[in-house]
Design a protein around this ligand. Sequence first.
Ligand code: NAD
Ligand code: DAU
Length: 374
Amino acid sequence: MTLLVTGAAGFIGANFVLDWLSSSQEPIINLDKLTYAGNPETLASLQGDARHVFVQGDIGDAELVSRLLAEHQPRAVLNFAAESHVDRSIHGPGEFIETNIVGTFRLLESVRGYWSALPVGAVSERDGVLADGSSRSETAPTQEGFRFLHVSTDEVYGSLAKDDPAFAETHRYEPNSPYSASKAASDHLVRAWHHTYGLPVLTTNCSNNYGPYHFPEKLIPLMIVNALAGKPLPVYGDGMQVRDWLYVKDHCSAIRRVLEAGRLGETYNVGGWNEKPNIEIVKTVCALLDELRPRADGQSYAEQISHVTDRPGHDRRYAIDARKLEAELGWKPAETFESGIRKTVQWYLANPQWVSNVQSGAYRDWVQKQYQAS
Ligand code: NAD
Ligand code: DAU
């Protein structure tokens, strides 16, 4: 059996692939457009590993996606591909509409075509011919066994006031940014493809992730990278906006669990009950750097904090109620915020080359040239 995973050269998708292949022989077809956020260097340890097939391409390219589905016969499609950065969506919403809405629509249509042609029933056997010429019977995907898992965000629910209860799955959708509106639209399309066509879908809505391989435009990696470079640490507005933080590997384990046992057509909120104001996050990062890589002048990195103009329409607070996932599927995060943030800072200190390559785009450009040449 095989998985088709989209957007898996990005932060969460790549962590998912590395995690999956560390404990499974089931191969992954990785379809990624390699936008500025896609970095194949993250997956360099899988070079030559037959379980990982990388394909550069767009989820909206119906011909390519249909060909990949027909060729690899996946038992599931996991859709991580998206434009993901809120600030970019404010300055240029077009790509967000194109990938997150139109791209998801086209992907759903390609997947629907593939799924509706699968054999009906829970299990199907097919004969396979191995490289040595011998043949064997193997389990093949069926309509009932197939899954389309859509990876989404808590931002679709809008913003909470200070004392509001955390977002449950029943919270109404109130997206406020072009990014969250585009993700909300994609969630609705996925829901509709289930209700109208019976496509077996699952949706996860997760809170803010952090961890290794996070592109340094997002709060935590940006603060680490800027601090080490002696640059200002730009905190939007008063810094009292609250986000709910989850270590990326815990998001990956939640997706795995939902894929395994989630109920069809359901949505599952994913979060680690870790609400923190931004300014506290920034100060924590500074304190860890003070301990692990003290500034030459003996001052704290917190000296570099600089309050800047707020993000337009900035959501004040997100918080995830993850009780459905915990109670129904028995999922629990492995990391506390304290253990996860320490690991993250240590990872960035140990991987300066990854950071400089991703900032220059050098590795991505090199890979793209290889694809053009071949
Ligand atoms: P990312 O920006 O790091 O990675 C996105 C990946 O998608 C990149 O590799 C990019 O090249 C690829 N991509 C973009 N457009 C594409 C297209 N048209 N076709 C194929 N590939 C394309 O994003 P991320 O932080 O890893 O987020 C992954 C998913 O998880 C997104 O759907 C995002 O909305 C969701 N999510 C993210 C967070 C978070 O905190 N980062 C939290 C909840 C949900
Ligand atoms: O909640 C899940 C979402 O989390 C995901 O769906 C998005 O893909 C992901 O990018 C993230 O969105 P945020 O906007 O919350 O993440 P970001 O890291 O951009 O910002 C986190 C908070 O920090 C937010 O309140 C804005 C603030 N911030 C951000 C940056 C980049 C700053 O104060 N300064 C900054 O320089």
